[in-house]
Every structure is written in structure tokens, then in C-alpha cells.
Ligand binder design. Sequence first.
Ligand code: GRF
Length: 210
Amino acid sequence: MDRSRIAVLLSGRGSNFLSIHSAIEDGRIPARIVAVISDRESAPGLARARELGLEATAVPRKGLPSREAHEQSILEQLRRSGAEWVCLAGYMRLLTPAFVSCYPQRILNIHPSLLPSFPGLRAQAQALEHGVRISGCTVHLVDEQLDSGPIVLQRSVELRPGDSETSLAKRILKAEHRAYPEALNLLLSSSWRVEGRRLIVDEEAPVEAR
Ligand code: GRF
């Protein structure tokens, strides 16, 4: 089976990267990770990638003259690795439209809320403050706006009385670790297209037919 070449961009702990890596190792995603790139040299996820023997590179923003120069440097790494897909896994920078246009419908992100609710930072705290009863996570294709592209998959998580930002984030993270590999596998293993905002998976049978 042909395995798609995946790059992961991360800024921190990298638990979503590890969930993708494990799923690939278990044969649950027809892919291989060809590059792990971080804007932070000290990102624990980058250290883990090195331990796993993956091609892992820090591309810090500091020292580069502009945001564009930083992205060019990352794009250079991506091209060198031959990556066909880019998975954002806790990557804390907004990508410019120029970057996104280099990988049209080939950049994925995971966000810890049911989008379009609570985009941006501290999504779990936003959900708590709003008083919603259900939140969750969303895997989506990345477009030019923040947390906005076509949705691939969502998983819900119920809020519990007494939940804190930390306890909710922990339960959502568990759902993320299942959702990201599942979404990636769906995109790599099925035929799909985007119509307007909607991602249509061809094999998905209509509800009546199930
Ligand atoms: C996750 O909650 C993800 O949804 C968000 O950033 C966090 C990254 O966590 N985009 P990790 O680095 O994958 O553990």
C-alpha cells in the first residue's frame, strides 16, 4: 500500500503527534511521518520525535527577519522532506494565506472545541465560561482563517458539574487522541471532496441507507 508522506508541526508537548505516530505504527493510517518541525527548540514533542528516530527540526522565529521568512524556512524543510500533508498538532502560530496555498486542502488541524464554537486560545475555558453542556474537539482542513476550514470529524465531550479548565481539557484531549488519527485515516483512505464549507466523503452512506 502507498503510504502518504506526513509532516507534523508542533510547538509544545506533542501528545497529538504521538497519537498519530502510534496509529501509523499500528497500521491504522497508511502514512509515514517524514518530518516533525517545531518553532520551539525546547518543545517536548520535538525531543520525543528525535527519540523515535524521526527527522525532527527546530525552526525558531527568533533570528529571522519576518513572519514570511520564518514560513519560507519551514516550507523549505517541508519540500526537502517531500511531505504531501501537513498536520498541525498544537502549532501555536497562524499560517499566512501564502503558506496555506502551498498545500491546498492538505493541511489539517485539531482544535479542542466543537467549532465554530470557541475558536482561538483557551477553547476549554471559553466553553466553561459560556456554560455549554457539551463541548469536544474538531479536526478540520486549514484555510486562510483561524480555526475555520472544512470540518473532517468532531467528537463530543460532556461537561461535568465541578469541571475546571484542566479537568475538561484532559477529557477533551483523550477524545482528540482518537479523533486525529481517525480523521487522517479517513482523508487518506477514502475519496472525498469539498463543496462550499462541507467535506463530502464519497463512501459515506446517507443516513436513510444505513
Ligand atoms: C491540543 O489541545 C490541540 O487541540 C490544540 O493544542 C493542544 C496541543 O496538545 N490545538 P499536544 O501538544 O498535542 O499535546
